[in-house]
Design a protein around this ligand. Structure first.
Ligand code: GUN
Length: 299
């Protein structure tokens, strides 16, 4: 029996659920709208935004991408976000990271209306996640990892989980999701980072390991106990003389040696990646549902 978690198949299930919600909204005269802002020509960002846009279109979500030059000022970007915040046809706003170094990313993410923050990066949504009140938006990648675990039937309550990496986009929110008092969480979470002593000993105790520190093939087989569940969030480009481009993509997990020890493991690609898009579009539809409900009340 395969021990691979098929992220593409699980994402397809979520897309089906989302498209039913889109049809429901459209029947009530609400067309969900998602705005992308991309600054500069980062090649990975171009690909990611293109993929998100394509899937939005397939699901019947109206999307619009604005591409701004690298030299765009903070004031210009803030003014564009203000206009989108005020635009009733736009239910979700996504400012693709990374932003150029001269832009204060934290200020940009704080300027997106929390009701339209489908990335879950606004401080209000970060706080609501920690509080576990369910009224905000969860960041797409950790929310996608959580869905993978739940829909694969991994027993989370009481599980020992190690999260590798403390980034704001994955590691910190991942830990926050899994510590919530909920039948689909209730985990004991250890968050390891660059100053952790003996990461291997933490990993060897874990029922579930989520690798999101951005170090190519960091997690080796001697760090994983038999029967563990391993989720690889890493996307790292490394030199490879045998490839046409001279590089190739690898995750944070040494997949070939770790897979035989696992109860479940995500392939990479085809594991976490498709889930990020699925959760973004589900968040966008949630935003449209909430905003249309609010408009009905105020009418
Ligand atoms: N860059 C990499 N991942 C993400 C994400 O989830 N959202 C945004 N806005 N940018 C990203």
């Amino acid at each position: 029996m395969s021990n691979l978690i098929d992220g593409r198949a699980i994402a397809a299930d979520i897309h089906r659920e989302t498209s039913i919600r889109v049809a429901d909204l459209r029947q009530r005269g609400v067309q969900p709208g998602l705005a992308f802002l991309r600054v500069g020509e980062d090649p990975a960002s171009q690909v990611y935004v293109g993929m998100k846009e394509k899937k939005a279109l397939e699901l019947g979500i109206l999307s619009h991408t604005t591409v701004l030059p690298e030299a765009t000022t903070q004031a210009d970007l803030l003014a564009r976000i203000d206009r989108l915040n005020a635009d009733p046809a736009c239910h979700g706003i996504l400012v693709q990271a990374p932003l150029p170094a001269h832009i204060d990313s934290a200020a940009i993410y704080a300027s997106v209306s929390p009701e339209k923050d489908v990335d879950g990066f606004h401080p209000v949504n970060v706080g609501r996640l920690l509080l576990g009140d369910g009224g905000g938006f969860l960041p797409c990648t950790p929310a996608g990892v959580h869905e993978l675990l739940v829909r694969t039937g991994v027993q989370l309550p009481g599980a020992e989980v190690v999260v590798l990496g403390r980034g704001n986009i994955v590691g910190k929110p991942m830990a926050s999701i899994l510590i919530q008092k909920s039948p689909t969480a209730n985990c004991t979470v250890t968050l390891c980072h660059s100053a952790t002593r003996d990461i291997a000993s933490h990993c060897r105790r874990a029922d579930v390991i989520i690798a999101a520190m951005g170090v190519p093939e960091f997690l080796k087989s001697d760090m994983v106990r038999d029967g563990a569940v391993v989720i690889d969030v890493g996307v790292n480009r490394i030199p490879d003389a045998s490839s046409k481009s001279g590089t190739r993509l690898v995750g944070d997990v040494a997949f070939a040696e770790v897979q035989p020890k696992c109860r479940w493991i995500t392939p990479n690609p085809g594991g976490v990646g498709p889930m990020t898009i699925a959760m973004l579009l589900a968040n966008t539809v949630t935003a449209a549902e909430r905003q249309s409900k609010k408009n009905q009340k105020t009418r």
